[in-house]
Design a protein around this ligand. Structure first.
Ligand code: ADP
Ligand code: MG
Length: 232
């Protein structure tokens, strides 16, 4: 069974007296370990789709299964549990807590998960090493570059042991060298940890590093293809 299965997903926003059809008839499945990009112009529905998959928003209709569980009609309390234990988030603006060190930032969600102090510390150190920040663990975000802050965010997402990492335009605030370097780190971790990644981008160099490219246009999937150049 696929890790993620969306069937006939529609999302309609009401804007005054108008309906905005943000997603129309999206069917999509993703297997464990896939490294996939969601691409499309601004307004094509990328964020809306990632928010539904991330249990941050719900679809207007259609069905959604994650890891074999039907989340279509799930209660908010169940959804927040899914967000905490099954999904890792990487945001465009990094979203690190400014007064905490890199290490403490990575530990924070594991506190909410109820992990023991020692395990938290070990996991945080492990993932910060994997993203190449072993010498900067005690720095606060403002003492790190944008690329380094986003690496902290990737470590934070992976340290929670999620089924899937969702990243909405994770490289939008990075120059192209840092953007491709971040993608290379994510790609390597996806293989090593067998973690599924789904990230949105409209940066050509970034999308070319994805093993699968799903193209959205006006809320519909226009193309869904493997990218032989990126498959190791
Ligand atoms: N909260 C909202 N209320 C009304 N319309 C929205 C809302 N969020 C997104 N939209 C509309 O839905 C469509 C898809 O938006 P979005 O998912 O943000 O696209 P993308 O991330 O690809 O730029 C756009 O037309 C956008 O204006
Ligand atoms: Mg968006």
């Amino acid at each position: 069974m696929a890790l993620l299965e969306l069937k006939n997903i529609y999302k309609t926003y009401k804007q005054g007296e108008f309906d905005v059809h943000a997603l129309q008839n999206i069917s999509l499945s993703l297997d464990t370990g896939e490294f996939a990009a969601l691409v499309g112009p601004s307004g094509s529905g990328k964020t809306t789709l990632l928010n539904i998959i991330g249990c941050l928003d719900s679809a207007s209709s259609g069905s959604f299964h994650l890891n074999g569980n039907d989340l279509t009609q799930a209660k908010e309390s169940d959804l927040s549990n899914y967000r905490l234990f099954q999904i890792g988030f990487v945001f465009q603006a990094y979203n690190l807590v400014p007064v905490l060190s890199a290490l403490e930032n990575v530990e924070l969600i594991m506190v909410l998960q109820g992990r023991h102090h020692k395990e938290r510390r070990e996991r945080a150190e492990h993932y910060l090493k994997l993203v190449g920040l072993q010498d900067m663990m005690h720095r606060r975000p403002k003492a790190l570059s944008g690329g380094q802050q986003q690496r902290v965010a990737v470590a934070r997402a992976l340290a929670t042991n999620p089924r899937i990492v969702l990243a909405d335009e994770p490289t939008a605030n990075l120059d192209s060298e840092n953007a491709t370097a971040l993608l290379d780190v994510m790609h390597e971790l996806s293989h090593e940890e067998k973690t599924t990644f789904l990230f949105s981008t409209h940066d050509l160099r970034v999308m070319q590093r994805a093993e699968r490219i799903i193209t959205l246009s006006d809320g519909q999937i226009q193309k869904d293809e493997t990218n032989p150049a990126a498959v190791a």
